[in-house]
Design a protein around this ligand. Structure first.
Ligand code: UD1
Ligand code: UDP
Length: 356
């Protein structure tokens, strides 16, 4: 039995890592890398640190408009699938790579599994939302990280092949935090002490492609009293330079290249607060019980807000500053909404039943 995993962007690699280990205990796996991300810090570093096997196919699609990028991926993935004839394709998360893998396999009538199914923020202007909805509607096996994800699918009439497994990103954190704490020197390198800095990531299109929103975020970060560490996504660096915000940000904030996963875990765990628009980083903040300030108007990880660890502030300068100064987790509820770190094992049991 052969399983093809389709990945291409940073969060896809992190989700693949724990599941690939399980898959290889029982099945042949081929990894198809679309090439959506390609800089060393966005791509190879994750294969090295998470010991993900080398991709069998590297499709080299690279950057471009949504239509170009997704279309090229579909064409190139289709060719590999026609040659390899896998018994199942697995796609991860909500990137253009995820959607392309889903379209290529469903059109070839190859069974499709979606890891991180059922997430919704109910805003179709967000590119990831379209990717989630379409991928779920193409999938035969839908692995949901939360109860709410299962409910979301039910509302859209998807009830067959739906499994509540927990979140593979919890698996990745649990498998790597001890290693990270042993090998990472990032706090020393950046000359910061635990709980004495804020950690920032920004890369979502709704913030980087809108000058006003990005300016508000930069203005707020520049007023922070204290250390701010900002591993900067290449998309954001380009946008900051285009809008003339780069120099101001660099003067006030410690802007660094994107960091590898192990350094990121250490930076997250030891941050005083995390300020982000990333999906994965919101969840990791919750896992580490670090207060999170989310630079978005909606989130698909609403459980983190309900439990009081996350606050949505959009790109409103005053709300960002107030949250940095005052936001405290309300009542500190913590309901382990994302599972126990055994999601990959649960997924594997389901795959064994479904395929063998
Ligand atoms: C993509 C995903 C997003 C995910 C993010 C994770 C889609 C629609 N978006 O967004 O859901 O949260 O990955 O990081 O799939 N670039 C580089 N080097 C790279 C990669 C990108 O310079 O290695 C630059 C290019 O200018 C590119 C831009 O970043 O045009 C955006 O890259 P792209 O992959 O299209 O989207 P992301 O913003 O990374
Ligand atoms: N991440 C990382 N280095 C960074 C920024 C993020 O390793 O400099 C990790 C982060 O810990 C999380 C994942 O990348 O596991 C989240 O990916 P990203 O924020 O790019 O995308 P999203 O989750 O928003 O789709």
């Amino acid at each position: 039995m052969k399983i093809a995993s389709v990945v291409g962007a940073r969060p896809n690699f992190i989700k693949l890592a724990p599941l690939s280990k399980e898959i290889r205990k029982h099945f042949d796996e081929i990894i198809i890398h679309t090439g959506q991300h390609y800089d060393y810090e966005m791509d190879r570093v994750f294969f090295e640190q998470l010991r993900i096997p080398e991709p069998d196919y590297h499709l080299g699609v690279g950057s471009g408009t949504h239509g170009y990028q997704t279309g090229e991926m579909v064409k190139r993935i289709e060719k590999v699938l026609m040659d390899e004839k896998p018994d199942l394709v697995i796609v991860y998360g909500d990137t253009n790579t995820t959607l392309a893998g889903a379209l290529a396999s469903v059109k070839l009538h190859i069974p499709l599994a979606h890891v991180e199914a059922g997430l919704r923020c109910y805003d179709k202007r967000i590119p990831e939302e379209i990717n989630r909805v379409l991928t779920d509607h193409c999938s035969d096996l839908l692995f949901c990280p939360t109860e709410r994800a299962v409910e979301n699918l039910k509302k859209e009439g998807i009830t067959e092949g739906v499994y509540l497994t927990g979140d593979v990103m919890v698996d990745a954190v649990k498998q790597n935090i001890t290693i990270a704490e042993r090998v990472s020197t990032v706090l020393n390198d950046l000359n910061v002490k635990p709980k004495d800095y804020y950690l920032v990531t920004v890369h979502r299109a709704e913030n980087t492609d809108n000058m006003n929103r990005l300016r508000n975020i930069v203005d707020a970060l520049c007023e922070v009293n204290g250390n701010v560490i900002f591993p900067c996504h290449p998309r954001t660096e380009k946008a900051l330079k285009k809008f003339g915000l780069w120099d101001k940000l660099k003067r006030n904030v410690n802007v660094i290249k994107p960091v590898g996963y192990l350094d990121m875990l250490v930076l997250e765990k030891n941050a005083k607060k995390i300020i982000t628009d990333s999906g994965g980083v919101q969840k990791e903040a919750y896992i580490f019980k670090v207060p999170c300030i989310t630079l978005r108007d909606r989130t698909e990880w609403i459980e983190t807000v309900e439990d009081g660890w996350n606050i949505l502030v959009g790109a409103n300068k005053d709300m960002i500053i107030n949250a940095i100064d005052d936001f405290k987790p309300k009542g500190k509820t913590y309901t382990h909404k994302f599972g126990d770190g055994k999601a990959s094992e649960k997924i594997m049991k389901i795959l064994l039943k479904a395929l063998l």
